[in-house]
Design a protein around this ligand. Structure first.
Ligand SMILES: O=C(O)CCC(=O)C(=O)O
Length: 332
């Protein structure tokens, strides 16, 4: 077990001191976080995304039963994930289940932010977390036995809990997601942590698909890069080290229904969204049952207490908002 947050290098200057907890809300965290991305500053031409397919949208019950069906992984796929720290799996969801998810997420985003995320170049990275307790449809996607089972199989652990659900909308014109690994973010004392990143529409390269450096241990190349709480230095230096070491990066489009899974030590990034449609995704993070919260979460852990109410540093991470998603006792 590692205390992940100890891996962040501290320096005495205030710009390197991330030891204080985050004291604003989750959206403020994302606004801050994307400000750390090293963008080239040029205005890119916005292109029209292909129309979404006109297909039959399943009922809630059809989605629930679809997402309870197993998705069998081969040993080669599990070995690939363990070596590279990510895997992209096609046809995890049916096209109808994805488009139903998108419609629901767009409604939720409109309600919260009072804007239509698909209208105009709004340049923002919007986020909504812990939606599933209040939304029966989202619950089917977040507590999905299918996703829980894939996550437990990839991590090769007997049971996984939910850390949080995270609705992410990278709007037209929004810049890069900075290079990072999630071990900086989740204040958990385990590396048995995986995020299912579920695109809610196809993602062509121009929309900024989530992109993964590999193999998994390339994170060691950037251990010595110091995280900075303002400016784009951390992101830029990680890019430079990866370039110098010829690190491979998987930056490929996502088909409708394709889902990626990344380990908390996998370094990942995403390019800007240069299309006229928001790049909407649902990112669910699952971790090994029995893990604890680290002793000293930092500001990079964001609003973690919202995801684990009444759980204190050092405690077992198991609040009512962190149900076991696999194995399944009761259907969601
Ligand atoms: O959606 C993005 O651009 C970033 C998401 C991410 O880093 C994550 O889910 O771990």
């Amino acid at each position: 077990m590692t205390n992940s947050n100890k891996k962040l290098k501290y320096k005495t200057s205030d710009n390197f001191d991330i030891s204080k907890p985050w004291d604003k809300d989750n959206q403020a965290w994302w606004d801050w976080y994307v400000s750390l991305a090293d963008n080239d500053g040029k205005q890119s031409e916005i292109i029209n995304a292909d129309p979404l397919p006109n297909i039959v949208i399943p009922s809630n019950d059809e989605v629930i039963s679809e997402l309870a069906e197993p998705y069998y992984l081969t040993n080669d796929q599990i070995d690939f994930f363990k070596k590279n720290g990510f895997i992209k799996l096609k046809r995890v969801f049916s096209p109808g289940a994805v488009l139903k998810l998108r419609a629901e997420l767009i409604n939720l985003l409109k309600e919260e932010f009072k804007v239509d995320p698909d209208k105009g170049a709004q340049n923002r990275f919007l986020s909504l977390e812990v939606i599933w307790p209040y939304n029966a449809l989202l619950r089917a996607y977040v507590l999905s036995p299918r996703l829980g089972q894939i996550s437990a199989d990839l991590l090769t652990v007997p049971a996984v809990r939910l850390y949080h659900d995270n609705v992410l909308a990278k709007q037209t014109g929004c810049g890069r997601t900075p290079w990072h690994f999630d071990d900086h973010h989740f204040p958990l004392d385990t590396n048995d942590v995986v995020t299912a990143w579920i695109p809610a529409q196809p993602i062509p390269l121009e929309m900024g698909p989530l992109s993964f450096a590999y193999p998994l241990d390339v994170h060691k190349l950037v251990n010595a890069v110091t995280f900075e709480k303002t400016g784009t230095g951390y992101d830029r230096r990680v890019s430079e080290v990866f370039l110098k070491n010829n690190v491979s990066v998987n930056e490929t489009p996502f088909e409708l229904g394709e889902v990626s899974f990344h380990h908390n030590l996998n370094f990942h990034t995403a390019s800007s969204n240069r299309t006229n449609r928001s790049r909407v995704a649902l990112a669910n993070t699952y971790y090994r049952d029995g893990a604890r919260v680290v002793h000293a979460p930092t500001m990079v852990s964001g609003d973690w207490q919202k995801f684990m109410p009444n759980v204190k540093p050092g405690d077992i991470a198991a609040s009512p908002l962190n149900p076991i998603c696999w194995p399944v006792k009761n259907k969601p």
